[in-house]
Design a protein around this ligand. Structure first.
Ligand code: NAD
Length: 286
């Protein structure tokens, strides 16, 4: 069966809309999210537009700051300092990737941790690592856990979870969240040996690699829950291309107990969790 990320994201946004209204009525605070986009990367522009629309739809304030691709690092840092001290801004997101002349780590560290709704600041990633309940948790990993729970229920304790990928934005934080859920966690990566055999032991398999349809049917334990984070565009005859995940969906679907489709799985949950983090930030620090 499919785990419907679109429907779950809609459910979460509906709940958030009610909570946003409550925060306005009870404390006079309207959560505000500011997205900073440097340059004109077309994929980033689409993401930013979607984020802005969904932010407004649930009653929050959405702002977008467009900076040219040749913006200096210092100008970007100055902009972030201004946003850090603006009380109407509860969440700040700098759309990645940044142009190569800008130090991404320095930019992330400049965002005030309490407004870091992407959850990438070392204070937040350290907090996640230490199990600090106040840490803002990266959005895609949060979405992965919600999707797994949608199928398996809230208790993931004792399950063997295999995460393929060890990036700071997906692989590592999703592994830490699964550990918090008392799963037994294996992190696999580009140097892992016997990857198919390892994956075939997973009750929960999370693929966050960026390689189209790499995970095949025989890598999947029958009945496993498969969360496919990958977003890869592959060529098609009409020249438009098609989005596929890191899992070979057609092969894997009949073997898995449940699987997230691409598109319509993890992607929609990522934005919904960004809105959740923004509301959380406004509640705590607004
Ligand atoms: P990344 O390139 O930073 O990390 C990829 C990871 O995969 C690395 O840790 C690497 O060790 C591992 N890897 C590479 N080749 C491998 C191989 N052959 N076998 C095993 N492991 C291998 O990528 P990322 O930022 O973590 O993103 C991963 C994928 O998830 C991409 O397709 C990206 O587009 C997608 N993504 C989706 C969302 C979403 O909202 N759905 C959000 C973030 C990323």
């Amino acid at each position: 069966m499919n785990i419907d990320g679109k429907a779950l994201a809609q459910e979460l946004r509906d709940t958030l809309a009610v909570e946003v209204k409550q925060l306005k009525d009870e404390r006079g605070i309207t959560p505000g999210l500011t997205v900073v986009l440097v340059g004109e990367d077309p994929a980033s522009q689409v993401y930013v537009r979607n984020k802005a629309r969904q932010t407004q739809e649930i009653g929050m304030i959405s702002n977008k700051i467009d900076l040219p691709a040749d913006t200096s690092q210092q100008a970007l840092l100055d902009q972030l300092h201004r946003l850090n001290s603006d009380p109407a801004v509860h969440g700040i997101l700098v759309q990645l990737p940044l142009p190569s002349h800008i130090d991404e780590a320095l930019v992330i560290e400049t965002i005030a941790p309490e407004k870091d709704v992407d959850g990438f600041h070392p204070m937040n990633s350290g907090g996640l690592c230490n199990g600090d309940p106040n840490a803002l948790v990266p959005c895609t990993p949060q979405g992965c856990i919600m999707l797994a729970k949608k199928h398996l229920g809230d208790n993931l304790s004792g399950k063997h979870a295999v995460v393929i990928g060890r990036s700071n934005i997906v692989g590592k934080p999703v592994a830490l969240l699964l550990l918090q859920e008392s799963c037994t966690v294996t992190i696999a990566h580009s140097r892992t040996q016997n990857l198919p055999e390892l994956c075939a032991q997973a009750d929960i398999l999370v693929a966050a690699v960026g390689r189209p349809e790499m995970v095949k049917a025989e890598w999947i334990k029958p009945g496993a829950t498969v969360i496919d984070v990958g977003i890869n565009r592959i060529p098609t005859d009409d020249g438009k291309g098609r989005l596929v995940g890191d899992v070979d969906y057609a092969e894997a679907q009949p073997v898995a107990g449940a699987i997230t489709p691409v598109p319509g799985g993890v992607g929609p949950m990522t934005i919904a969790c960004l809105l959740k983090n923004t509301l959380e930030a406004a509640r705590r620090f607004g």
